[in-house]
Design a protein around this ligand. Structure first.
Ligand SMILES: Cc1cc2nc3c(=O)[nH]c(=O)nc-3n(C[C@H](O)[C@H](O)[C@H](O)COP(=O)(O)OP(=O)(O)OC[C@H]3O[C@@H](n4cnc5c(N)ncnc54)[C@H](O)[C@@H]3O)c2cc1C
Ligand code: SF4
Ligand code: SF4
Length: 848
């Protein structure tokens, strides 16, 4: 006869849910004489959601997008759930719990997964309105509501979560400050040097960081809503305060039911995650193992697995967890591995710092320099995967360990997937080893999605995504399986293959391409990709009816949409050279249409704040004065920056402006997988910063040095020197070939920097193709470029000459009314978009 075991899970956070998932899976393979009845009690009003990615709520994800499960799934699993059901007491003897409101529920085994709560420091005034925390979806809703009536926000706490919260405040449009008690940011994960670089980078992004500040009081203020008063008698004005000063375990249940607890809180557990009561387990952030609370999700998942298997009669052990982390904080890459502070006795360290570019790397090694103990990476985490594998697998370090972090080290060892042992942990969240992936491939998984489904690798924090792909691809390749590079479910071809199909078969529309080589209706991946390929090959007018559905918003209106729904207007100013008359026209247009003007890093003038219906009139005036589109909206050539060169500068050795004009006018219509930027400097002093561009040209006494595939932006890359002392003709010939080869072979949305890094054979191979004509395609590349150059048209000129096309430039389909949600205020004598509270004020005044 089958016996029934009641399993009660208190808390349905990430770990509580993972426990349920594990138990449901594991019980399938166990003794069927026992039936398990699982009941979940959740204090929150909803089922488990992805707290790790909570901040994505502010970038448009909904509660449903973040959900890890739903009622249907639990019903299918036979799991009963009660939400908004806070457990307030446990009777260990009679084995039942009491829910707020009085209901009781019996258990055979109880699992406490109550997680933790944000610690709010005992500062006078901390309980006022607009003093908030960052842990649940409801917290985020409260922050959003408060931000709408606030101008300034302060996060108290400069740890990992504090910086994530600061990013959210910034995204919500607030002037943002971080106040930290310690002398540095992220003091737990990174060392002082890394903390200093991180602070600089975060301040560059517009968040003010105040370290070594102890807040003593929050008082009302006349200037803002509140004033934070610090112990050093300074103060900071703010409207919203977000506490992110650490977490505390939700251990009240242990307290009231007399379970063993740590001195500073936490429910004490053993290696099987059992508390001091043999029928009660504790897992996740409420559990104290070896006097340690783990504030990350991966250790909680491991505890969940151990507890589930113990309930089913197996003895697995929780043996601690690696706390290494890699994350992006406000776009700044930060990585922390193992003993980041070098606390291991006699350990040694190597540090590399590139101050101008804000990169800091440190490795901590054993006394004999053979083992990696820890690392800190700020500004560049490209070495993280390799370093982590060295540490986790105890791999012997190369003779010069510093080569692991030095950027130019020619013998820099990169741990390829093949070099890793089967025991190497690839995904820490789900404890997936390389061996698990190998096994899944052997059992038929044939792409990363299949690996994700059957091993769960890379479905936690996602930090291992690149490594999972590498291991999967390398295992597939080793078995002779072709790695799936399909563009999407509608086309079983890579972007490169589609490019060649379009060209070879003279396909001119997406419908033809879909009919002959695809299936279904197309999607947001294949449509713009096909649009870009068709434009690259045929250089057709992008607003032709058949191409319209392929364009994104910016291309559709030939302008970049800004955050308030207005558009920018960017005329081309080749090489940054402009006549006074054209400058006057730009100024007059800006004045007439009340546009904000700004000189950009690409040496041209952007005009902001144009309503969609104003765009044609504005462009008509600009074009009449001899200006043309700057393609700021397209994946195409943006600008060619130049210095004044030998014409004016006493150091100049060549005429950099003429070369920049030649280059910009030649490539200005070229549509490509991503945007392209170029620059020409008149001598090696490099005032035009050519080495940070996709194509960089630097004058020499004998001609021009050509640099390729550099990048500024989010992930800077120094350009590689491709050829030296070229004459004008060879220079243009090489650029023609390189650009067309990039257009033909890059992946969708791949900048030249990433393209080159992924190109098998790298720079040497590119030289073989372009200089030695290794593939015999140079004539074809040149003729393709000649076609693009010869068929150039200013898209705005074509548009304003076609009354049919102009009909699309209005805000409402059925009315000529303007978007009344667009409101400007004046700042520094120009317009800027009004913030939410200002909009309300302006509208109220208008109404009066
Ligand atoms: C913004 C943010 C970003 C994060 N980023 C990362 C990251 O990048 N990487 C990482 O590893 N970790 C990250 N974390 C931490 C990670 O989310 C936690 O480690 C993880 O959620 C812990 O899971 P848990 O189930 O133990 O606790 P929780 O997720 O807190 O769940 C506990 C649940 O129990 C409920 N509960 C509490 N008491 C009771 C009671 N008496 N009765 C019933 N229910 C109760 C709570 O309401 C809650 O729903 C982040 C956390 C936040 C807030
Ligand atoms: S790069 Fe050389 S030529 Fe150009 S402005 Fe600077 S110093 Fe002068
Ligand atoms: S202009 Fe570029 S760098 Fe500046 S905020 Fe926008 S995306 Fe970021």
């Amino acid at each position: 006869m089958s016996s029934l075991k009641q399993i009660l899970v208190v808390g349905n956070g990430m770990v509580g849910h993972h426990f349920v998932e594990q138990l449901v899976q594991l019980k399938e393979n166990t003794d069927k004489s026992v039936t398990y009845k699982i009941t979940v009690l959740s204090a929150e009003p909803r089922l488990a959601y992805d707290r790790v990615h909570l901040s994505e709520y502010f970038s448009g994800k909904t509660a449903d997008d973040l959900a890890l499960t739903n009622l249907d799934i639990y019903a299918q699993w036979g799991v009963e759930v009660k939400t908004s059901a806070k457990v307030i007491a446990i009777d260990k003897v009679q084995r039942f719990v009491t829910i707020e409101g009085g209901e009781t529920l019996a258990y055979d085994k109880l699992v406490i997964a109550t997680g933790s709560y944000p610690f709010v420091p005992p500062i006078k005034g901390n309980d006022q309105e607009h003093c908030l925390v960052y842990r649940t979806i409801e917290d985020l809703e409260a922050i959003q509501a408060s931000a709408q009536v606030s101008n300034v926000g302060v996060v108290i706490g400069g740890g990992l979560l504090g910086l994530e919260a600061a990013n959210a405040l910034k995204q919500l449009g607030l002037e943002t400050h971080v106040v930290e008690f310690a002398p540095q940011l992220m003091a737990v994960q990174i060392d002082q040097g890394g903390g200093a670089v991180l602070k600089d980078k975060i301040e560059e992004l517009g968040v003010k960081v105040h370290t070594q500040k102890a807040t003593t009081e929050i008082v009302k203020s006349d200037q803002s809503r509140y004033k934070l008063v610090f112990s050093d008698d300074t103060a900071l004005e703010t409207d919203l305060i977000l506490f992110s000063a650490g977490i505390r375990p939700h251990d009240e249940l242990a307290k009231v039911s007399d379970l063993a607890m740590g001195e500073r809180g936490g429910i004490v557990i053993n290696n099987q995650c059992l508390t001091s009561d043999e029928n009660i387990y504790a897992i996740g952030e409420c559990a104290l193992w070896n006097n340690f609370i783990f504030g990350l999700v991966a250790p909680g998942y491991q505890m969940a697995k151990v507890a589930a298997s113990h309930i089913l009669g197996d003895v697995n052990s929780f043996t601690g967890a690696d706390m290494s982390t890699k994350l992006k904080l406000m776009g700044v890459d930060v990585g922390s591995i193992g003993d980041a502070h070098g606390k291991t006795p006699l350990s040694q360290s190597y540090t590399f710092e590139n101050q101008p570019e804000g990169i800091y790397k440190k490795i901590v090694v054993s006394e004999d320099k053979t083992q990696l103990l820890g690392a800190v990476l700020v500004g560049d985490t490209s070495d993280y995967d390799t370093l982590l594998q060295y540490m986790l697998n105890g791999l012997t370090l190369p003779e010069a360990p510093e080569s692991l972090i030095l950027p130019m080290a020619t013998d820099k060892p990169a741990l390829g997937a093949d070099a890793l042992p089967d025991s190497a942990i690839i995904c820490s969240c789900h404890n997936v080893s390389k061996g698990d992936i190998v096994q899944a491939v052997e059992q038929g998984a044939c792409d990363v999605n299949a690996i994700k489904q059957c091993t769960k690798a890379s479905t936690g924090c996602g930090g291992c995504a690149a490594l999972v792909k590498n291991v999967t691809d390398s295992e597939l390749a080793a078995r002779g399986v072709e790695v799936n590079t399909d563009l999407c479910e509608h086309f079983a071809y890579s972007r490169t293959e589609l490019y060649h199909i379009v060209k070879a078969e003279k396909i001119t529309t997406f419908d033809q391409l879909l009919e002959k080589h695809g299936k279904g209706l197309g999607c947001e991946i294949c449509k713009p990709t096909a649009g870009s390929i068709l434009a690259s090959v045929w250089n057709d007018y992008v607003l032709k009816d058949q191409h319209l559905p392929l364009q994104d918003t910016n291309d559709l209106f030939l302008a970049n949409m800004q955050k308030d729904g207005t558009y920018s207007v960017v005329p081309r100013i080749p090489g940054g050279e402009i006549t006074p008359d054209k400058l006057i026209t730009i100024g007059e247009v800006a004045k007439k249409y009340n546009l904000y003007t700004k000189i950009t890093g690409g040496q041209r003038i952007d005009l902001f704040g144009a309503r969609v219906e104003q765009l044609p009139d504005i462009w008509r005036e600009l074009i009449d004065a001899g200006l043309e589109t700057g393609h700021a909206y397209g994946k195409s050539l943006r600008t060619v920056k130049s210095c004044v060169g030998s014409t004016w500068c006493r150091y100049g050795v060549q005429d950099s402006v003429s070369m920049a004009l030649l280059v910009e006018n030649r490539y200005k219509g070229l549509r490509s997988p991503h945007k392209i930027k170029m620059a020409v400097s008149g001598c090696t002093r490099e005032c035009a910063e050519a080495q940070s561009k996709d194509i960089g040209v630097i004058a020499t006494d004998k001609g021009w040095n050509l640099y390729v595939c550099g990048n500024g932006g989010m992930k800077p890359r120094h350009a590689d020197l491709f050829a030296t002392d070229l004459d004008d003709v060879s220079l243009i010939q090489y650029i023609d070939r390189i650009l067309m080869f990039y257009v033909a072979t890059a992946d969708r949305l791949q900048r030249t920097s990433v393209w080159l890094e992924n190109l098998e054979g790298g720079l040497d191979y590119l030289k073989q193709v372009v200089i030695d004509d290794h593939l015999g395609i140079n004539a074809e590349l040149e003729s393709q470029m000649a076609h693009i150059v010869g068929s150039y048209q200013c898209e705005w000129k074509t548009t304003i000459e076609d009354p049919e096309k102009l009909k699309r430039f209005k805000h409402y389909v059925n009315s000529d009314k303007s978007d009344d949600n667009i409101v400007f205020v004046t700042e520094r004598e120009q317009i800027r978009p009004a913030r939410f509270d200002e909009k309300i004020r302006v509208k109220t005044i208008e109404a009066i």
